[in-house]
Write a protein that binds this ligand. Structure first.
Ligand code: NAD
Length: 436
């Protein structure tokens, strides 16, 4: 891989500005800063960096729906399409009151890097509707989804842009979206979205995939740092899809899961918790504290436990300048998206604590989404065993490439992952050129 010092012109002042700004930073700031930062390690055409700073297109639509009481309410929806040089756009759709244009652009950029580091033939996108889904009935959510699907219909499609579930949306949302799209096209087109229920073309193993990939990366990181998984202690913040699946797999593989938490706090046992008997967020929300364990910890305390591996798998911006000096884990593996702020990242680098980044660790979700898309296009279902085997292979391939970059260059794990991603994207742009 090309490693050369970048010309000064490639450095953008906002790189350092963003890194020093008051936390927490927005997704767009983080995504742009990470782009500049990776570019400093590469001999890459400044014009390509310039292009990657901007989304290709952002669709903003008005989504009126009839509420159950007969009134009409109007919401705003977005689909930000960042870059498609390597393939169709891919990324989630979220229903959340704080969805904004800029957030979609930033998260869309993140998806571009994530797909590239995994070498998936996709670009990055993100979208959503600024709405509180908890205030909508199921029928209202269905009307919102169908109308939103209609508004963005021209912008999506199985070879154009493929949405997936994200915050506030789920397989049912994807089923409505796929149905609305298919009805208008006059044929069933399962490949227009991923994360669907398996009965209409969803993939087996999709739900647990991000947690599974986190577990695989934790296992490989333990090996890389010459620890024994049977002796390794692991603390995991968040016991939802990512946290609980990662915890249970690592538990099955011999690791000692000493602490897990949900929004209310965590349970702690230095001898290791029985992760299968602690209900996940989806089995019973907020039930972690009800589990019988010798000790409880707050979420802040969990992040500072003396463990081999810490996995923040709940929220963004939880490892900050305030607590980074107090973190005692030997290795951090990011399960959530963006759990480490730039300031915390610098402190961990100074302290020599490796942070394996989200774009690699939790990329199992988009990878199995890719498998789902392949199954849809080929009209052929894969067994769960095949999904697991192929995910394992994809994760190990990506891990090896990032690890080689980490070992060869004097860079952090995050830089290594971004260098891999950006090189692939830049090479594709160079090969295709700029037209007209
Ligand atoms: P989830 O909703 O299934 O679970 C979230 C968990 O975090 C719950 O246990 C909840 O109680 C806990 N939590 C909420 N607020 C908390 C707080 N303030 N402190 C501590 N814990 C808190 O969510 P998920 O799907 O597991 O996603 C977790 C993270 O992983 C998010 O950052 C998400 O963006 C990221 N992620 C998810 C996927 C996916 O497909 N599920 C894929 C990649 C990345």
């Amino acid at each position: 891989m090309t490693m050369a010092s970048k010309s000064d012109s490639t450095r953008d002042e906002s790189d350092d500005e963003a890194a020093d700004s008051t936390e927490p930073e927005s997704a767009l700031e983080t995504a742009r800063r990470q782009l500049y930062h990776a570019a400093t390690h590469l001999d890459i055409d400044q014009n390509i960096v310039e292009r990657l700073k901007h989304p290709k297109k952002v669709h903003e639509v008005t989504v009126p729906i009839e509420r159950d009481d007969g009134t009409v309410e109007v919401f705003t929806g977005y689909r930000a399409q960042h870059d498609s040089v390597r393939g169709p756009y891919k990324g989630g759709l979220r229903y959340h009151p704080e969805v904004t244009r800029d957030e979609c652009v930033g998260l869309g950029m993140w998806m571009t890097w994530k797909c590239a580091v995994m070498d998936l033939p996709f670009g990055g996108a993100k979208g959503g509707v600024a709405v509180n889904p908890k205030e909508l009935s199921s029928a209202e959510k269905e009307r919102l989804t169908r109308r939103f699907a209609q508004e963005i219909r021209g912008a999506i499609g199985p070879t154009v842009d493929i949405p997936a579930p994200d915050m506030g949306t789920n397989p049912q949302t994807m089923a409505w979206l796929m149905d609305a799209y298919s009805m208008q096209e006059g044929e069933t087109i399962p490949g227009v979205v991923t994360g669907k229920p398996p009965v209409i073309g969803g993939s087996k193993g999709r739900d647990e995939a991000p947690g599974r990939s986190v577990a695989i990366i934790v296992r490989e990181a333990i090996k890389h740092y010459e620890k024994d998984i049977n002796e390794a202690s692991v603390a995991i913040q968040g016991y939802g899809s990512v946290g609980s699946n990662a915890a249970r797999l690592l538990d099955d593989w011999g690791a000692n899961i000493v602490a897990v938490s949900d929004v209310n706090g965590g349970v702690y046992d230095t001898n290791g918790l029985d992760t299968h008997s602690i209900p996940s967020h989806h089995e019973e929300p907020e039930a972690v504290m009800g589990h019988n364990a010798p000790e409880t910890v707050t979420n802040a305390e969990l992040l500072e436990l003396d463990v081999d591996v810490l996995v923040p798998a709940a929220l963004g911006n939880v490892l900050t300048a305030e607590n980074a000096e107090d973190v005692r884990a030997d290795i951090i593996v990011e399960g959530a998206n963006g759990p480490t702020t730039s300031a915390a990242d610098r402190i961990f680098t100074e302290r020599g604590i490796p942070v394996i980044p989200d774009i690699l660790a939790n990329a199992g979700g988009v990878t199995v989404s890719y498998f789902e898309w392949l199954q849809d296009i080929n009209r052929r279902t894969w067994s769960l065993e095949r999904v697991h085997d192929e995910l394992e292979e994809e994760m190990l391939t990506a891990w090896d490439v990032v690890r080689d970059e980490f070992t060869d260059g004097e860079v952090t794990w995050r830089d290594a992952a971004y260098i891999v991603a950006l090189s692939r994207i830049a090479e594709a742009h160079e090969a295709r050129g700029l037209w007209p």
